[in-house]
Write a protein that binds this ligand. Structure first.
Ligand SMILES: NC(=O)c1ccc[n+]([C@@H]2O[C@H](COP(=O)([O-])OP(=O)(O)OC[C@H]3O[C@@H](n4cnc5c(N)ncnc54)[C@H](OP(=O)(O)O)[C@@H]3O)[C@@H](O)[C@H]2O)c1
Length: 242
């Protein structure tokens, strides 16, 4: 549980896991800033979440360092930074079909984005603060078409361990989700989303795919547990065993 009165910034908070985390933090009484690139998507998320007194939205592209620097000037003091942002559109493809510009956008959003968030955000965090990033099962159980996503998740986990050492006593962790039913699946499987998720649910020891709230709970744990740093918390229904 996040402490009430705490200030939490969530990059990726307008959709999927980030949106679920925003809802959870607001339920705990925290002050929440959601961040994404698309102002309309942010406005829709704010409408869904309600609580205008505790919630605000700031538009920024975390893959652009100058936008991240300006984001933190606007955001003010914080207790926790969480990042679920990812731009993997076009990056899920077999090697011959891979759009290299899309691959670079994916790297920029999931590796450079977290690096910029740490570089410009760490100094804004109160003592006891934390940064939590989101890697993913593709680093452990890659599938054909998943080379770029596997690489960025693995790189992010290395970054998390290094930042946990460099930024101590701030804590830095990652959650590694398995397959979770969120809008990102449009970019992974298109029309075959339901079929892909149902078939994975049958394979998993947990007997179902993830819900955005499962990951929000895990991030809330990583924010709150002051003896956890440099860790990757796997929330994947047993996918690494399946
Ligand atoms: N869903 C899964 O099955 C799964 C599995 C393993 C790992 N993951 C990882 O889990 C994380 C969350 O995924 P999700 O399923 O919740 O995704 P999602 O529903 O697509 O949400 C992604 C969020 O990130 C924002 N975003 C994307 N690029 C951004 C950028 N450059 N700067 C700022 N915001 C940006 C999006 O808003 P805008 O587009 O408006 O910027 C959106 O709010 C991702 O890192 C993903 O790789 C997901």
């Amino acid at each position: 549980m996040t402490d009430s009165r705490q200030k939490v910034l969530i990059a990726g908070g307008s959709s999927g896991m980030g949106l679920a985390l925003a809802r959870r933090c607001l339920d705990d009484g925290a002050q929440v800033t959601i961040v994404g690139r698309d102002a309309e998507r942010l406005a829709r998320a704010c409408e869904q979440l309600g609580r205008p007194g505790l919630l605000r939205a700031l538009a920024a592209d975390i893959s652009r360092e100058e936008q991240v620097a300006s984001l933190f000037e606007r955001a003010g003091a914080l207790d926790h930074i969480a990042c679920t942002a990812a731009d993997i559109q076009g990056a899920y493809a077999l090697l011959p079909d891979l759009d290299m510009a899309a691959a670079q956008r994916a790297v920029a959003s999931k590796v450079f984005g977290p690096l910029y968030l740490a570089r410009h955000g760490a100094a804004r965090l109160a003592p006891g603060g934390s940064l939590t990033f989101t890697s993913g099962i593709a680093a452990y159980r890659p599938q054909p078409r998943g080379a770029v996503v596997a690489a960025i998740n693995a790189a992010l986990e290395g970054l998390v361990r290094a930042l946990a050492v460099e930024l101590a006593p701030l804590r830095v962790n990652a959650v590694s989700p398995g397959w979770v039913d969120t809008p990102i699946w449009t970019h992974v499987a298109g029309d075959r989303k339901d079929e892909a998720l149902q078939s994975m649910a049958r394979r998993l020891p947990a007997g179902r795919v993830g819900r955005a709230g499962d990951i929000a709970d895990a991030i809330a744990f990583l924010m709150a547990n002051t003896f956890t740093t440099g860790t990757v918390l796997h929330v994947e229904g047993g996918h690494r065993l399946a």
